[in-house]
Design a protein. Structure first.
Length: 144
């Protein structure tokens, strides 16, 4: 007598979207291709790449029709969209965003990593920095 493991079933993109719909997410197709998954005011954009789900950017909060990504300014976290609109992040929004991301990973059948499960992860970190420090060697004061 042999014990066999069940083979993992590779779900198609549409089957994964149907799982998300069953979990209470709203699935909307995007004009540029892909789909937007949302629940309440939280959203993320997904693409179908060779039958696999690809998350284009991190999840965020809807600011108008754009997704505002979480930015850590060192002194405060806030949401900023690609168009430049900003909104301060509240503690209950951070918790709800974290819950949204965890539920999304569960619905897509992705692994949840320990460090990401501890709390929300910012997309950008903008601490007080020396100007142009991240762009190679900065111009020194004594150089003209």
């Amino acid at each position: 007598m042999f014990f066999r493991r069940e083979r993992p079933k590779n779900l198609t993109f549409e089957e994964r979207l149907n799982q998300l719909k069953a979990m209470g997410f709203t699935v909307t197709s995007r004009p540029a291709g892909g789909v937007r998954i949302s629940r309440n005011v939280y959203a993320v954009d997904l693409e179908n790449r060779e039958g696999a789900v690809h998350i284009t950017d991190r999840a965020g909060i809807l600011i108008g029709s754009d997704i505002g990504f979480l930015v850590d300014g060192g002194y405060q976290k806030f949401f900023r969209s690609k168009t430049g609109r900003t909104k301060p992040a509240l503690a209950e929004e951070l918790k709800a965003l974290h819950d949204f991301e965890e539920d999304l990973k569960e619905g897509l059948g992705q692994e949840s990593y320990y460090n990401e499960s501890l709390g929300t992860v910012s997309t950008f970190y903008l601490y007080d920095r020396v100007k142009d420090r991240d762009r190679g060697v900065p111009k020194r004061v004594w150089e003209n």
